[in-house]
Write a new protein. Sequence first.
Length: 732
Amino acid sequence: MTQPAPRVRNNRHKQPKKRHRAFPMRFLLPSLLLVALLAMLVLRGYVHSEILADHRIQAPASTSQVPDEILDGGPVIDARSTTRPAQSLRVPDHRIVLTFDDGPDPVWTPRVLDKLKEYDAHGVFFVTGTMASRYPEIVARMVAEGHEVGLHTFNHPDLSYQSTSRIDWELAENQLALAGAAGIRTSLFRPPYSSFADAMDNKSWPVTQYIGSRGYLTVVNDRDSEDWKRPGVRTIIENATPHDGEGAIVLMHDSGGDRSQTLAALDRFLPDMRAEGYEFTHLTGALGTSSAHTPAAGFALWQGKAFVTAVGVSEEVTGVLVVGLAVIGVLVISRFGLMLLLSFLHARKVRRKNFRWGDPVARPVSVLVPAYNERKCIEATVRSLMASDHPIEIIVIDDGSTDGTADLVEAMRLPRVRVVRQRNAGKPAALNNGIAHARYDIVVMMDGDTVFEPTTIRELVQPFGDPKVGAVAGNAKVGNRDSLIGAWQHIEYVMGFNLDRRMYDVLRCMPTIPGAVGAFRREALDRVGGMSEDTLAEDTDITMALHRDGWHVVYAENARAWTEAPESVQQLWSQRYRWSYGTMQAIWKHRHAVLERGHSGRFGRVGLPFVSLFMVVAPLLAPLIDVFLLYGLLFGPTGKTVAAWFGVLMVQAVCAAYAFRLDREKMVHLISLPLQQILYRQLMYVVLLQSWITALTGGRLRWQKLRRTGVVDTPGGAPGPRPTATHRRPVG
């Protein structure tokens, strides 16, 4: 009896689903915020005439194509009809239409309005779209007080140079600003750089005809006060005064500079001309026609309001950004200046011939190596310790590894090496477990992916010759610096971390003992309760706790350790996110030190502000340097912007070069410094902003294990050890 053949499912029509890589959500909000800031700056450049500004002015041309009726006619040109020739209109006798160009100005236009209100006079304000969108409340006041408003283009170009599409855009944007500011549209238009009707030529006349075809009255003037020249009050009045009772359109300005002479002239001109029987009115009132204003409605109204609101927000945001840029500028320059000065003092101190911490420390120490899935790195780490020229015991604490890390160490069968196994509980718990198993009173802590030079431990423990020293920070260096991202971190470690530690050492407020290379007096650890799990930056937390307990924390520059830095943006982001969030947690945890006395209070009032400013606030604002660089390149002043940016870069380069010299590093890695400053800042901005969001929303961040490759083996090719000043006895 044969068994039935097993049924085989037909999977021919099933195809593997394509996995689409989603945009990481953690980048979304920071990216949106950065894009929003750039959008605000672009909008500011837009309304400040910094994008499409065209400052060319046409030279006078022939008048052969301009009708005589226009050249000899009045200052109002009506070319709206398609069935009859263009007409020119004059203002009736004993009527004056005061017109003001180029506003509104936040300083002078309100004063002009006050003066007109004082003498119960009305006029016409030809506003530009850029100014109207920035100061909509002044435009609204003009309309509310019975004045007429006309268009003066959006950003004041000579229209004889422009295409019809550009002219349409100038008119439309000018109307958009009016709709948003006062809820109106207008039919009055004055061309920029215009003069009298007889100045119309073959270049400007076609523009006037086209403007008329779009439904606008073109308004020039009879009398030009020439107040923009600031010739004196008397001259302004003489230029503005019509003869023999004739009506006139008088040109003045309420923007574009100091208008104090214009105001003084109005104070005399208005009552004097009224005494002669003149009436000051708006244009349509003088001509006896319907109002030039029509209400804006529907989508055009809301579009205008949205535009004006966005401009207002951009102005406010830009103001805040400028303040932020000033703050970051002061912080950057101050920090670099302080780092250079204090690092110089630190180097001078430790290199003195008679400098010593105390009696040389030669007694054995315990070295703790917390390890979680460090199989690729742990052998190099342990063997580098075995080459140490200082007596040690090595304790590898396996934190529940699943890759055989502990088995590998035990299989090495090395003397003075013990393996302590525990269930996975995190790095602080592993370190506390190691402390409990340590035999000696000085405990060195390092990471499982780090290798020490033979002299590292000896150099690291010498400061314990001073009984006041509770902990020592070593010199952590990037071992995998061959890639671009590795080179950037190398610059950061040498310049940002180790130069900082020299500064903090002099100020006696070292904020962090690096997890890769640090040493602790066991008594100090016991007094503060060991490593805490309260924060994700247990190294920063324990350092601050030691300061508050009265211990000194110092820096040993010759205690070099080579660590494997993250090799991808993803891993770097994960590491720095944890660091920055953990630092914020530690600052918050130890905030009460600000109010305490003694050594703790000194750290609270010096160390905590420094850490907050230079590790939390400054990196968050640093991208403003690049944002304004981009703004300056797009909108100007380009030369000054580039010079300022390179000035900041040169200050950073000087600091970096000095730091590399102190660490005896090759300067070749500084080639990538400009690119690091542009790209690295943005990554740190994203990390810090995300950390702020996590902190403010009460979110919890878990430990994240970085993928290790084991590329850092021995410190070969690293700067060799040199004789240290810590063992020198006083001369004599």
